[in-house]
Design a protein around this ligand. Structure first.
Ligand SMILES: NC(=O)c1ccc[n+]([C@@H]2O[C@H](COP(=O)([O-])OP(=O)(O)OC[C@H]3O[C@@H](n4cnc5c(N)ncnc54)[C@H](O)[C@@H]3O)[C@@H](O)[C@H]2O)c1
Length: 349
């Protein structure tokens, strides 16, 4: 078979909420990547997934890396484990797709990106919106100059309900876990940021979020180097559904991306109309998660550079750190893109 037609066997580590979406996609929706082997810290979970998808399962990451049919790995384990697993794979010369964020702290994130770069492996981080057809189309038109000068960037990311308490405790906090997606999109669509101001509140369950020093609702205001302003709103518990939408206003055009419904019909009765709403990120992004893995598999096959690099993930992480610092200190945080990540003015995060 010619190298351009080869499929890439992906070994998947972590089979929770996100891992199961990746497993479904690799088993059914991807053309170049395919599910080759699964692994989870809980062997019963790995066995069940292996049987369901008809692929081998193993009980350690070392076995996953060494498996004959594994060309590359996808890591969908809790955030606090990403860096160690990525470095292990890089040292074994195995290409890595890693869920966001790379780690819970900056020093580990930097060390991981450096290790990955030294190793020369293909490394992609899970910012899935960069692979959604609507977001890609709009970004391409902005980058081609069709929108003119960007004046305003507005984006919403709201989960219907909070994830389990165990996930929240290891998530790194709201800004690193949730807002980081919007911060990556902000850089991608508008450009580098020069100031971050964040407000946070715990509304859905104040006691539970106070106990872990976190929030479930936030508004983040951005100033961009090109003069544009941005506003991000995030919620862990919208109640009504999952929302991920954006609007970019420019001097020549305004772009809006929204896809709140699974079905395009309303049911009308006297004085009312009802329609469905998407409930979670899997329903909202039926294609983006599959395409990000397939794009990764094509990079592995063709030895090309992924659209979202470790350096992009570091930059988004730094902006999340700035938001975290702003929320905690109650002041705006000046940031400067340093070619590799951001410097935060007076930062002590
Ligand atoms: N891109 C997105 O839209 C998106 C959405 C949700 C979660 N995520 C990310 O995906 C990651 C996982 O989140 P989740 O919600 O699926 O978590 P989860 O808790 O639902 O699942 C994690 C799974 O990993 C397993 N695990 C734990 N430690 C492990 C280890 N060392 N090796 C192998 N398996 C291990 C657990 O047993 C569990 O099955 C997080 O980093 C999160 O930020 C991304």
């Amino acid at each position: 078979m010619s190298s351009t037609r080869r499929t890439i066997g992906i070994g998947l580590a972590g089979l929770g909420r996100m891992g199961r979406i990746h497993a479904d996609d690799l088993a059914g929706r991807c053309a170049t990547g395919r599910l080759a082997c699964v692994q989870d810290a809980d062997p019963a979970v790995a066995r069940e997934a292996g049987e369901r998808y008809g692929v081998p399962w193993v009980s350690s990451f070392a076995e996953l890396l060494a498996h004959d049919d594994v060309d590359a790995v996808a890591i969908a384990t809790p955030t606090g484990t990403h860096a160690e697993l990525t470095v292990q794979a890089a040292r074994a010369g195995v290409d890595v797709f890693c869920e966001k964020p790379i780690s819970l702290d900056r020093a580990t994130t930097v060390a991981t990106v450096e290790e990955v770069e030294r190793s020369g492996i293909v490394f992609q981080v899970g910012f899935h919106r960069r692979f959604d057809p609507d977001w890609v189309a709009v970004a391409e038109r902005i980058h081609a100059g069709e929108l003119g000068d960007v004046a305003l960037f507005r984006t919403s990311l709201r989960d219907m309900a909070s994830p389990p308490a165990a996930f929240l405790a290891g998530s790194g906090g709201f800004f690193r876990d949730v807002t980081v997606h919007d911060l990556d999109v902000a850089r991608w669509m508008v450009g580098e940021v020069v100031e971050v101001t964040a407000h946070g509140a715990a509304v859905s369950d104040p006691e539970a979020f106070a106990a872990i020093g976190d929030v479930d609702t936030a508004v983040v205001v951005l100033r961009f180097a090109n003069g544009a302003l941005g506003v991000i709103d995030n919620s862990r518990a919208s109640g009504y559904g999952y929302e991920c939408s954006t609007e970019i206003m420019g001097s020549r055009a305004t772009a809006r991306i929204d896809a709140p419904h699974r079905r395009n019909y309303e049911w009308r009765t006297p004085g009312a109309a009802t329609t469905d709403l998407v409930k979670d990120f899997q329903e909202r992004y039926p294609w983006a998660y599959a395409e990000e893995l397939d794009a990764f598999a094509r990079c592995v096959r063709d030895r090309t550079t992924p659209r979202v690099s470790g350096a992009d993930a570091l930059a988004a992480f730094d902006l999340a750190e700035a938001a975290n610092l702003s929320w905690r200190s109650g002041r705006s945080v000046a940031v400067r893109y340093a070619g590799r990540g951001y410097e935060l003015a007076g930062a002590t995060v």
